[in-house]
Design a protein around this ligand. Sequence first.
Ligand code: HAM
Length: 425
Amino acid sequence: MPEQIRAIRGVRDILPAEAPTWQTLEAAAREVFEPCGYRELRLPLFERTELFARGIGETTDVVEKEMYTFQDRSGESVTLRPEATAAVARAYIEHGLFTQPKPVRLYTVGPMFRYERPQAGRYRQFHQVNVEALGEAAPALDAEVVGMLMAYFARLGLADRLALHVNSIGDAACRPAFRAALAAHLEANLGRLCEECRGRVGRNPLRVLDCKKPDCQPVIEKAPSILDALCGPCREHFDRVRAYLEALGLRYEVTPRLVRGLDYYVRTTFEVLTGELGAQNAVAGGGRYDGLIELLGGPADPGIGFAIGMERVALLLGPRPDPAAAAVLLVPLGEPALRRCLALAQALRATGVPTEVAYGGRKLRGELERANRLGIPRVLILGDDELAAGVATLRDMRSGEQRRIPLREAVAVLGGGPAAAGDRA
Ligand code: HAM
């Protein structure tokens, strides 16, 4: 027998039983973001490698270790997108979206690819809902974006199970001095850091603050705080963001260690954390990236956004009822009855009643068992004699109760509106 071919490690199928959960996540994004003025953008799944290397930063984990990069047949280096922000910025520049009234508000939903060690809540192909607001530096926009993220979780009924953490990581004026002070502290404690962090001290010391390893925690706890190092304009920006978050009635924690893993961030950064998913505790993260668009060859436009990890939110949300599950099974017991049932099924579906027809082959008992397994609550049984008399038998699968109904009223009785709405009986 030929060997079975399985999916790639860390890459999941989203099966039909999970579809209602995923459709809920996507519908909530549209329902929450569109009234705030955000419009959908659909981007390619792969880009030139240079876009991510330059945009995300050469010394980040994502670019150093996690990208799916390969040469296409013309020898060009291309990369499956590990995130969407750099690609949104590329499209914003390439299509001149910066000439539109600002802020330009965009969202995009889809798969991302990172070569990480797979575990529960962490995959090599995963999905994000991604939001970006470009071209506006006002701190009130930061609060709008964060408020919208929390409104998304509230819409899903998850707000009470999540915590919002915010921070400011300064900008080009104040971060270099902080970075130097942090590097000096880490240098002095090099022996007490994990191997990975020892490597980070010289290249990207801020990333050490994000290390979860127990060994590193005492050194991290004693590290200088970025919040003490903010320059005047960064401090004022952060104070105003906090005031606006409070005006929105949002509960949040200021977490000075929240530095995020991508190099484009400046000033406001934030994450939404859960205590329910073990080590993969971030369900969303984002921040400001005021230099990114310029770095990618565009105008000096600022930007802010976030991405939600859909697999993690799906785990929190759990299974959802299937709104398209069949509400009725039609069981014809003869050829004329089958023809009548085909037409009736069409009329029911047209009025929004998900309907299944038994196409024969099974005895009535077998069909009733099948309805039970599928959880179909009602079965309409139509024999040829009944058809001649213009009636059918309606069985309630929960109670087992049966009653006769006039065939011409079937659509009305089965919940599809007045009998006239398409039932030709
Ligand atoms: P990120 O923090 O790298 O940010 O990812 C955002 C979220 O995506 C994470 O909080 C997590 O929920 C989910 N995620 C990341 N990696 C994985 C994975 N391997 N498996 C499952 N879920 C994962 C960004 O990607 C930024 N582009 C966000 C942003 C937008 N910043 C500004 N605008």
